[in-house]
Design a protein around this ligand. Structure first.
Ligand SMILES: Nc1nc2c(ncn2[C@@H]2O[C@H](COP(=O)(O)OP(=O)(O)OP(=O)(O)O)[C@@H](O)[C@H]2O)c(=O)[nH]1
Ligand SMILES: [Mg+2]
Length: 651
């Protein structure tokens, strides 16, 4: 299936999953089985599904054909070459293509001068006024093309200024940024570009990242720290005209195959195979020549040959625009598209399923427990009343006293429950005092101050070490608190089962392991980059280190924000079912007492009451069946294979 269709099927699957969950939510509300907590958790689940994005990045040395490949795979439908692609350096700044319905279609550009401040792109994204924005009409491809030309713009600045902005300036042809006769240097005009337009795939949550060659990636920590590692697929592109050069290898090693292990979703492409289409050669000879190049790439990148995709982006684009099927076939573009969707979509679905499944399961188990408890309560009442058949008033009084005693006992037991709630909130507060964002902000401020005063690079790296060790301590302490909360809740759940027959199962476990891993990754990144910087950059070391630190600190803060959110959800998830069930139990006891009382006072006849209970029992039974059907629909979608959902693409 071509990429566009696969993607549409995936988007449709996600939409059905959302609507299944919404149906579940509505059903709960209609049946009065929902409460604020459950509703909130379902809203969060739906929010995550909606915001979910798929990121694809294109990384390579300049002029390997990244932009042309994006045009060919994603943008051929516009009938022209949308992204600028030309000989020499073309894309001068990292460019994201996405769709944000909250903004008009257009391009937003962050001036290169913002690099002087130690503020990352992520932070600038929160300040739209810092960006220049150009709107365009989406029905006019020429206008879009014209606006997108901005990504190639350069400006001429003094060499000192270029250096200050982090460009490796030098004399002569070998330098990336060459000092001209007048002592000036041409540098990119923009630091980052965001293109917003309602392309069908972008609308469904795809984000495409086009990067410039020339170590532009290394200059923006956010790219290497978060955009590339978080990309679901990264396409690394080589040119058949240039072969594998030293700088290609450096990019591969530093940004894609980090640590020598290729991750999932990393694809290597050998572009420009049309250079081999020599009319004087047979197609067999041409294929053999291409294969020889593929083998060579595979050898150098240490990948199986099947993982190198030889293509011609340019001919692929032309073929799609002119509708030339034979040329498209020859460009071998579709095989790459297939591999891309094969890597991308199943992996992404797995992540979504993992995240949704456990949360949904937890919520639905809670509701199921509640329904079962209701049913159990009715059965108990029914048994009680049936036993009263043919009995005298004395027995009814005895039964009433028994239920009253049970109710009193339960209410006395509630003291314990209130005590638990208060301990629980103390423990939660303790957890957030370690995990809270205030602590991280303070630590960042303190570390920044130390770094500003640092004279030696050793003091710089000591400050960062301190930062990470404190961060890790916070997580360790938080984990300890989580352990305490879990142990307490375990005991409470057990006690509730024994004393009141309220079976809550086991409380959901929670761990901060993934955040510990994230911190380790960030520290590793810092160590690696600090070392290279200390050895490479003689000038302005402190300033640059500082800038990198800002980025890392920002990522750490994000990890803590996420950890906070997860901890909050978890705390609700373990406390809420108990609250619901206690309330339910109280209501049931009240009802039982009330119904016996009415019989005692002869307001109701026993048989009427029994009949009422039987019909109530049937109603709950019906609810359980309906509930199971709604849950089943969501579960079927969660367990569906790609093949199961192919038909969904109609949506
Ligand atoms: N013959 C041939 N030329 C191609 C192919 N793909 C791209 N090119 C050419 O290679 C040049 C560079 O292509 P771009 O798409 O600008 O390359 P890039 O990797 O985006 O380069 P930067 O933006 O500078 O980093 C352009 O002149 C393209 O026309 C191809 O498949 N075959
Ligand atoms: Mg480009």
């Amino acid at each position: 299936m071509p990429l566009a269709n696969q993607f549409a099927a995936y988007a449709a699957w996600r939409a059905s999953l959302s609507s299944g969950i919404r149906e579940f939510q509505t059903w709960l509300a209609e049946n009065e089985l929902s409460d604020a907590q459950v509703d909130l958790r379902l809203d969060q689940l739906l929010g995550r599904l909606r915001e979910d994005r798929l990121n694809v990045a294109f990384v390579a040395e300049f002029s390997r054909g990244k932009s042309e490949l994006i045009n060919a795979i994603f943008l051929a439908g516009y009938g022209i070459r949308l992204l600028p692609s030309s000989a020499g350096r073309t894309t001068m700044c990292p460019t994201e293509l996405l769709y944000d319905a909250g903004k008009p279609p257009g391009i937003e550009l962050l001036p290169i001068q913002t690099r002087a401040a130690s503020t990352g792109i992520a932070e600038y994204k929160r300040h739209p006024e810092e960006w220049k924005s150009i709107c365009f009409d989406v029905d006019e491809p020429d206008a879009i093309q014209e606006a997108l030309r901005q990504v190639s713009e350069t400006i001429r600045v003094e060499s000192g200024e270029a250096r200050k902005l982090g460009f490796a300036v030098g004399p002569g042809d070998m330098a990336f940024y060459r000092i001209e006769g007048d002592g000036q240097v041409d540098i990119p005009r923009w630091r980052h570009a965001i293109i917003n337009f309602p392309h069908p795939l972008l609308k469904q949550g795809l984000t495409i990242l086009d990067t410039p060659g020339l170590n532009a990636i290394g200059a923006e920590p956010e790219l290497t720290l978060s955009l590339l590692p978080n990309a679901h697929a990264v396409l690394f592109i080589l040119g058949a005209d240039t072969g594998v050069t030293q700088s290609d290898m450096a990019i591969w090693r530093d940004y894609i195959c980090v640590g020598g292990v290729p991750q999932r979703g990393r694809l290597a492409v050998l572009n420009k195979i049309d250079g081999q289409w020599d009319e004087l050669k047979t197609s067999g000879e041409i294929d053999a020549e291409i294969q020889r190049q593929v083998d060579n790439c595979a050898h150098l990148l240490n990948l199986p040959t099947s993982q190198i995709y030889p293509i011609s982006a340019q001919k692929g684009l032309v073929a799609k625009i002119t509708g030339d099927a034979a040329l498209l076939e020859r460009s071998r573009l579709e095989r790459l598209e297939m591999a891309l969707s094969g890597e991308l979509i199943p992996a992404k679905r797995e992540i979504i399923c993992d995240n949704t499944e456990s949360e949904f399961d937890d919520i639905s188990r809670g509701v199921h427990g509640l329904l079962e408890a209701r049913l159990g309560g009715l059965a108990e009442q029914l048994a009680e009343l049936t036993e009263l058949r043919g009995k005298n008033k004395g027995v009814v009084e005895y039964m009433m006293a028994k239920i009253r005693a049970e109710k009193d006992e339960f209410e006395a037991g509630l003291q314990h429950y209130y005590a638990v709630r208060s301990v629980f909130s103390t423990l939660s507060n303790r957890l957030f005092s370690h995990l809270g964002l205030d602590a991280i902000r303070q630590l960042t401020r303190k570390t920044r101050a130390i770094m500003l005063e640092a004279v030696f690079s050793k003091s710089l790296s000591d400050a960062m070490k301190y930062f990470f060790s404190r961060t890790r301590e916070s997580l360790t302490e938080s984990n300890h608190e989580i352990g305490e909360i879990l142990a307490m809740m375990n005991a409470v759940y057990k006690r509730f089962a024994v004393e009141h027959g309220i079976n809550l199962g086991a409380p959901t476990v929670f761990s901060l392991l993934r955040y510990e891993k994230e911190i380790n990754r960030l520290q590793q990144w810092c160590d690696d980059h600090l070392n290279t910087m200390v050895s490479l950059m003689t000038h302005d070391k402190q300033n640059i280190t500082q800038k990198f630190f800002e980025e890392v600190a920002l990522q750490v803060r994000r990890a803590f924000e996420d950890a906070n959110r997860d901890a909050d959800i978890w705390l609700r998830a373990i406390m809420a079912p108990m609250e619901t069930r206690v309330r339910e139990h109280q209501i049931q006891l009240k009802r039982r007492l009330e119904s016996i009382r009415r019989i005692h006072q002869a307001t109701d006849t026993l048989e009427d009451r029994i009949a009422e209970l039987v019909s109530a029992e049937q109603e709950v039974q019906g609810q359980i069946e309906a509930f199971e059907a709604v849950v089943e629909r969501v579960n079927t979608l969660l367990l569906a294979t790609d093949a199961d959902t192919e038909h969904l693409q109609v949506a």
